[in-house]
Design a protein. Structure first.
Length: 277
């Protein structure tokens, strides 16, 4: 029988599958429609408005359609008004007008390749420079070190600044001596007395036959009624420190006590019923 974790995982899987299908459907629709801002119409916020705009433009254009002959006439009138500049020239050859470009100042591919042969490639240069450290990397590495002179200066400045604290003395010859104040510490006898006092408080006047843990253990072993009742009571409690085998009824009761409800309910069925209704 599926538990609450399995039911939640099944529900999450079903919801994820449905959402994935919805996203795929929306993406397919978006791919067919395209991006509105890519429209060449004035209106770029609605496909319907853009289509209506194109229709209106077609209707307007039909009233003043331009014929092929009219286009040829316009082009012929403009053709003789072109003014070449720089490397461009316009030459008439029979009935054709051609535009020519002077490329004499440019180098061809073979000459350019020969000239570039005198240089190295970026890849070869990077490979050669790879054997060296960058100045920034070298400076970063040197920042981890200090010079001998600086180190000696710092040691000299610290040498005569040692100050003896409480319980510590520094002799003329530099010898350091320390003494510890144990007046606040308990003696061995005081510690023993404290232990005895704690044991006395623990026994708390119990009978001589029940004043040790061993005697209490033996008493529990001999009295099965108390042990059985205690074991039965503990066995009926939910254990959160280790794995525990519970019957279906015990699981449902524990979940009811925690306010979770029936852990075996088919959540996928509940979801799909609500989705498809």
């Amino acid at each position: 029988m599926a538990d609450l974790k399995d039911n939640l995982q099944s529900l999450a899987t079903q919801i994820g599958t449905d959402i994935k299908g919805i996203k795929a459907s929306v993406k397919a629709t978006d791919d067919k429609v395209g991006v509105l801002t890519s429209l060449s119409t004035t209106n770029q916020t609605s496909i319907v408005d853009a289509i209506n705009e194109v229709k209106a433009n077609i209707v307007t254009a039909q009233g003043g359609a331009v014929t092929e002959q009219a286009v040829d006439t316009k082009l012929q009138a403009k053709q003789d008004k072109l003014t070449p500049e720089g490397k461009l020239s316009i030459v008439k050859e029979g009935t054709q007008t051609k535009i020519k470009v002077d490329l004499s100042d440019y180098v061809d591919n073979s000459a350019l390749t020969t000239k570039l042969g005198d240089y190295t490639t970026s890849t070869a240069l990077n490979t050669t420079l790879g054997d060296y450290a960058k100045t920034s990397e070298l400076n970063t590495k040197l920042n981890d070190y200090t010079t001998t002179a600086v180190l000696n200066t710092r040691l000299d400045s610290k040498q005569n600044k040692l100050t003896a604290g409480s319980g510590i003395t520094i002799g003329v010859d530099g010898t350091i001596q320390a003494s510890v104040d144990l007046s606040t510490m308990a003696t061995k006898q005081e510690l023993t007395d404290k232990i005895r006092e704690a044991v006395t408080n623990l026994v708390d006047g119990a009978d001589a036959t029940m004043d040790t843990f061993k005697e209490v253990q033996e008493a529990l072993k001999s009295d099965k009624t108390v042990t059985t009742a205690l074991t039965s009571s503990v066995a009926n409690k939910v254990d959160y420190s280790q794995a525990q085998s519970l019957s279906t009824a015990q699981k449902q009761q524990a979940c009811a006590n925690l306010g979770i409800g029936d852990p075996t309910v088919d959540l996928v069925s509940v979801y799909t019923t609500a989705r498809d209704s």
